[in-house]
Design a protein around this ligand. Structure first.
Ligand SMILES: [Zn+2]
Length: 294
């Protein structure tokens, strides 16, 4: 059974809008922000963002800081943010609760790679869409999706090819500190562009990518939401993907809870056997079996 625990992309909507990009000096560090050494998973996340953006730079040149607790937008306004990037000293500052929150960290990594002010649609929603977080504020700043050609056929999600893959295939705590990804891919098999119809209930934002994880001790899941209409438009043969970040739970850690730093979306799985199922709209992919080991 699907348990839609929360709408995860809502929690990152406060991601700050390209703060301080282009400034000659960094905004002042919050007093409780401390430098930290990037954990091993960052190398994989950096490589993911290099691959989708097509831009390469040394990860080692980025300075990392984390606040102990909440992080406030250094440009003022007082709102909480998951993180921000500052070009002046190539610095990423994260909220304490988001230091291993994959989609938030990769969002800031993308800023550090493209070094362009704001949230360009081409990068945050097209090339790296689904790999980096881009909540409503980010989508709004990216601007509206281009209007599809009149007469573009509409299709139901069931007409698209939907698959899921866990990486590494056998998650374990000695690989990337136990952080792993579940990637849902959806491909347009037609030789022409299509618009997929995502069902929306009572005026709510439609679910784009639902996901569900079940084990002997219970289950959890959620869904990413289609804040951007671009998620429904597919070029001929185009494949889109969406990444869900998960973790191996340390011994004694409660099942299906988020590790400290994992943010509002992810959760950790104790060693055991699980079924994973992703989807696009109401088209659910085949169930895959995954063994999580310590
Ligand atoms: Zn941003």
């Amino acid at each position: 059974m699907m348990i839609f625990r929360r709408a995860p992309w809502l929690v990152v909507l406060a991601l700050v809008a390209g703060v301080a990009c282009g400034h000659l000096t960094d905004p002042p560090l919050q007093s409780d922000a401390e430098p930290f050494v990037p954990p091993p998973a960052y190398a994989r996340w950096w490589a993911m963002v290099e691959a989708c953006s097509g831009i390469s730079r040394p990860l080692a040149n980025v300075q990392w800081f984390a606040a102990r607790g909440v992080l406030l937008n250094p440009d003022g306004g007082g709102e909480q943010v998951g993180g921000y990037y500052s070009l002046a000293s190539n610095r990423i500052v994260l909220a304490g609760n988001d230091t291993i929150d994959g989609s938030v960290v990769r969002h800031e990594m993308l800023h550090a790679l493209i070094r362009v002010r704001g949230h360009p649609r081409a990068e945050f929603l097209e090339r790296c869409g689904g790999i980096v977080a881009c909540g409503p504020d980010c989508v709004q700043e990216a601007g509206p999706a281009p209007a599809p050609d009149a007469g573009t056929p509409t299709v139901m999600p069931v007409e698209l090819e939907v698959t899921g893959i866990v990486s590494p295939t056998t998650p374990n705590s000695s690989t990337d500190g136990g952080l792993f990804t579940f990637t849902i891919t959806v491909r347009n098999p037609f030789t022409h562009p299509v618009i997929a119809l995502l069902r929306s209930f009572a005026g709510t934002t439609p679910r784009s990518y639902p996901y569900d994880v079940q084990g002997v001790s219970g289950g959890s899941g959620g869904a990413h939401l289609a804040f951007d209409s671009g998620v429904t438009y597919f070029l001929a043969g185009e494949t889109k993907r969406d990444v869900v970040d998960l973790a191996v739970a340390p011994n004694g850690f409660p099942a299906f809870r988020a590790l400290p730093g994992q943010g509002g979306e992810g959760f950790a799985l104790s060693p055991g056997t699980y079924t994973f199922r992703g989807g696009y709209g109401d088209h659910l992919a085949e169930i895959i079996g995954v063994v999580v080991s310590q």
